[in-house]
Design a protein around this ligand. Structure first.
Ligand code: GSH
Length: 216
C-alpha cells in the first residue's frame, strides 16, 4: 500500500494514525504541495490523503481510508462519543489555529514544501483564506496564542486512552489529535500538563511524531 500525503495536512494525519496504531505497512509518498495534477490523476480531484491499495486502485477521503486501514488491522477504534463537541470546537477556533499554523507550515522542513513553487502555492492560497499576509499573521502571534490558549483550556474534559475503561484509540482521537499535533509547531503555546500527556500518549500509540523540536 502507498499513502500519498502532506505531512502538515490534518486529514493525512488521520490516515497516518491508522497506519501506526494498526501496525500496518504502508509507504508514505509526500506530494509537492503545488502538484495538483498528481492528485487529480489519481482520484479525479485535488485532495490528499490518497491511498493506493494493494490491488492498484486509488481511494480518497480520510475517514474512508481510516476505516479501510482499520479493517486490515488486528486493532480496532473505539466509537466516537464526542464527535459533535470536537467539530464544534474546531470550527469555533479555526481562525486562531490557521493564523498560527499557516505561516509556520512553510517554515518547517516538510517534504511537501521542498520547492519555492510549493511554498508560493501554499502561501497564495492560505493567505487568501486568512485574508492577510503570513508576515502580518506572524506579527500577531501573541494575540493568536492567547486565543488558542483559551481554546485549549476548553479541552479540560479530554482523557488519554490510558485513562479510559477500554484503553483504545477512538474515532474522537482520530478527529482531534491532528489539530493538536499541528499546534505543537507553535513556540510559546502552552498546552498544560494534561494535554501534553495526551499528545505524548497519542504520538506513541500512533507513531505520528509531534513538531515540538521544530517549534517556531
Ligand atoms: N474531505 C477530505 C479533505 C482533504 C483535504 O482537504 N485535503 C487538503 C489538504 S489538508 C488538500 O489536499 N488540499 C489540496 C490543496 O491544498 O491543493 C478528506 O477528509 O480526506
Amino acid at each position: 500500500m502507498k499513502l500519498y500525503l502532506f505531512d502538515h495536512c490534518p486529514f493525512c494525519v488521520k490516515a497516518m494514525m491508522a497506519v501506526g496504531y494498526g501496525e500496518l505497512a504502508a509507504d508514505y509518498v509526500y506530494l509537492d504541495n503545488h502538484d495538483v495534477t498528481a492528485r487529480e490523476r489519481m482520484v479525479g480531484y485535488n485532495a490528499v490523503p490518497i491511498l493506493e491499495k494493494a490491488d492498484g486502485g486509488f481511494m480518497a477521503e480520510s475517514a474512508d481510508i481510516v476505516a479501510l486501514l482499520m479493517e486490515q488491522s488486528a486493532h480496532s477504534l473505539a466509537p466516537a462519543v464526542d464527535a459533535e463537541r470536537i467539530s464544534r470546537w474546531q470550527e469555533q477556533h479555526k481562525h486562531a489555529f490557521w493564523g498560527l499554523l499557516f505561516p509556520r507550515n512553510v517554515r518547517l522542513p516538510l517534504p511537501e514544501f521542498a520547492s519555492p513553487e510549493a511554498i508560493d502555492y501554499f502561501t497564495r492560497n492560505k493567505s487568501a483564506l486568512l485574508e492577510r499576509s503570513f508576515e502580518d499573521a506572524l506579527e500577531d502571534t501573541p494575540a493568536y496564542i492567547a486565543k488558542a490558549g483559551q481554546a485549549l483550556a476548553e479541552l479540560d474534559w479530554l482523557l488519554p486512552p490510558s485513562g479510559r475503561a477500554d484503553r483504545r484509540l477512538s474515532w474522537d482521537d482520530i478527529h482531534l489529535f491532528p489539530t493538536l499535533r499541528n499546534l505543537t509547531m507553535v513556540k510559546g503555546l502552552d498546552f498544560g500538563p494534561a494535554l501534553d500527556a495526551y499528545l505524548d500518549e497519542l504520538s506513541r500509540m500512533t507513531r505520528v511524531p509531534l513538531y515540538r523540536e521544530w517549534a517556531c
